[in-house]
Ligand binder design. Structure first.
Ligand SMILES: Cc1cc2nc3c(=O)[nH]c(=O)nc-3n(C[C@H](O)[C@H](O)[C@H](O)COP(=O)(O)O)c2cc1C
Length: 472
């Protein structure tokens, strides 16, 4: 026997519910159903049949569910996984509401021609079906037989339609059941079963995050983005695959949270946010110079970094999302090297920019609150080198990802990262949009800044004044 949930308890907390919507006039009601399911604590992913997309667009569903809407059975998820299989394998229940006569027939015959039938066929989770249609369609022997097969042979829960005015202008049985009754049927179908797939990484990807508060107002954040280009000669360079998406997402997120943002941008393929002070650089050497200026505790009088004195206050944090070259040509030429001469490149290692900043702020800001430093490490395969880097570089956080993994790394809109901190603990995040990854990183930065400030305040309060010191 399971304990009855207390008053106010959310009955679908932690559950993943797949909401299948098919081409009925009642499809608009599915938006409200989604809201009711999320109000019960469910994580909801929406599947639309192609006809359903003619009745309701995916935008409201995507915005409310925070998952991409799946409407084409042949489309893959952004990370390359097969959408309907991910849903089938991770959903605690599939609820099809409204279910058309056509969908009931397709399902009864196992025809996986749309994403809703395909997910239902591939799942071992309970399926709840709420039909809606014209009265004559509902009483037709074909529909009666199909509903019977779904109930008896498949074990589906059918929430029968109700009597009332129909889209045809007639009145009869065929109206979609009341939405709370459909939610109750889902809760009941799940009973006390454990959550099927608690690992968010194995659920459908999340597209958007909870909007954050303006918790970075009066903070100045320096962010680097894009890939450096190391000159071989005036025409050629050595570059990398960074597109600047992660850095731009960080800048966007930091601006939205009220920060003043200095964005040092190497080569990028994305638009940069308008509210940021953008400093363009190309090579690692230029990035190094811009970084030193941007991190300076106060701009040197008359010093110019191209930002026209925009650096008004010392940086509170640095997030190094740029992909900085590890090697640069030892002897870049100032004239184009002719093909006939042949070319053998000698490369020299570049300086560790983050390590340099760490020691710079350590020396120069002795006694004052130092900025929070966040590094990125793009690895291929294991992330085992990452924790050592946090200590070696003397930084606060290292964001590591395996760029060889599908959907993670260069040129994608998603990323799966692990955040390592100084204490040695790690936070393995699921596959998320880069904007959500940016917010998760800034959550840590904002908390670290608050902790830094309250430590400084406590130290200030405990510091004896000179008169107190003498009187002891
Ligand atoms: C305005 C309009 C309303 C419709 N409403 C319903 C309905 O409530 N129930 C139903 O079974 N079919 C309804 N249909 C017919 C379906 O849209 C049609 O059978 C379609 O092929 C269903 O595709 P699907 O089951 O793949 O979503 C409606 C059609 C139109 C044009």
């Amino acid at each position: 026997m399971t304990a009855a949930p207390g008053p106010g308890a959310r009955r679908l907390e932690g559950r993943l519910i797949a909401l299948g919507v098919t081409g009925s006039i009642a499809a608009y009601k599915a938006v409200e159903l989604l809201r009711l399911l999320t109000a019960e604590g469910a994580d909801v992913v929406v599947l639309l049949s192609p006809s359903a997309t003619r009745f309701v667009g995916p935008l409201s569903f995507a915005a409310l569910s925070r998952h991409p809407v799946e409407s084409d059975v042949l489309d893959l998820l952004p990370d390359g996984r097969i959408g309907h299989i991910v849903v089938a394998d991770s959903a605690d229940a599939i609820v099809v509401a409204p279910a058309t006569a056509h969908w009931l027939a397709a399902m009864a015959n196992g025809l996986a021609g749309d994403v809703v039938t395909a997910a239902a066929l591939a799942t071992s989770a309970p399926v709840v079906v709420a039909p809606a249609m014209d009265g004559d369609m509902w009483t037709h022997p074909a529909t009666v037989a199909n509903v019977g097969r779904l109930r008896e042979a498949f074990g589906y829960v059918v929430v029968a339609p109700e009597s009332g005015p129909l889209a045809s202008g007639q009145s009869g049985v065929g109206r979609l059941a009341e939405l709370p009754a459909i939610v109750d049927a889902v809760v009941e179908a799940l009973d006390s079963q454990p959550i099927r797939q608690p690992d968010a990484a194995r659920r459908p990807p999340i597209t958007d995050g909870t909007p954050r508060e303006a918790d970075l107002v009066s903070r100045r954040i320096v962010i680097t983005a894009g890939g450096t280009r190391e000159p071989i000669d005036p025409v050629r360079y050595i570059g990398n695959r960074s597109t600047g998406r992660m850095g731009a997402a960080l800048a966007d997120a930091a601006l939205a949270r009220g920060a003043a943002v200095t964005l040092i941008a190497a080569a990028v393929e994305v638009a940069l946010p308008e509210g940021a002070d953008v400093i363009r650089v190309e090579s690692t050497a230029e990035l190094r110079a811009a970084l030193r200026n941007a991190m300076a505790s106060a701009p040197a009088p008359g010093a110019s970094d191209g930002s026209d004195g925009r650096i008004a206050k010392p940086a509170d944090a640095l997030v190094m999302a740029a992909a900085v070259a590890d090697f640069t040509p030892s002897k870049p030429q100032d004239r184009k090297i002719p093909r006939a001469e042949g070319l053998t490149l000698e490369l020299s290692p570049t300086p560790d920019l983050l390590g340099e900043v760490a020691s710079l702020v350590g020396e120069k800001r002795n006694g004052k609150a130092a900025p929070i430093l966040v590094g990125f490490a793009a690895e291929t395969g294991s992330l085992e080198r990452a924790p050592g880097k946090v200590a070696a570089k003397s930084i606060d956080f290292l964001v590591a990802n395996d760029v060889s993994e599908a959907g993670s790394g260069f040129g994608t809109d998603t990323n799966r990262v692990t955040i390592f901190d100084r204490s040695g603990s790690k936070d393995e995040l699921p596959l998320l949009s880069k904007r959500e990854v940016a917010d998760r990183i800034l959550d840590r930065v904002a908390a670290a800044l608050d902790a830094r400030d309250s430590d400084a305040q406590t130290a200030g309060m405990q510091q004896p004044t000179s008169s107190e010191g003498r009187s002891r």
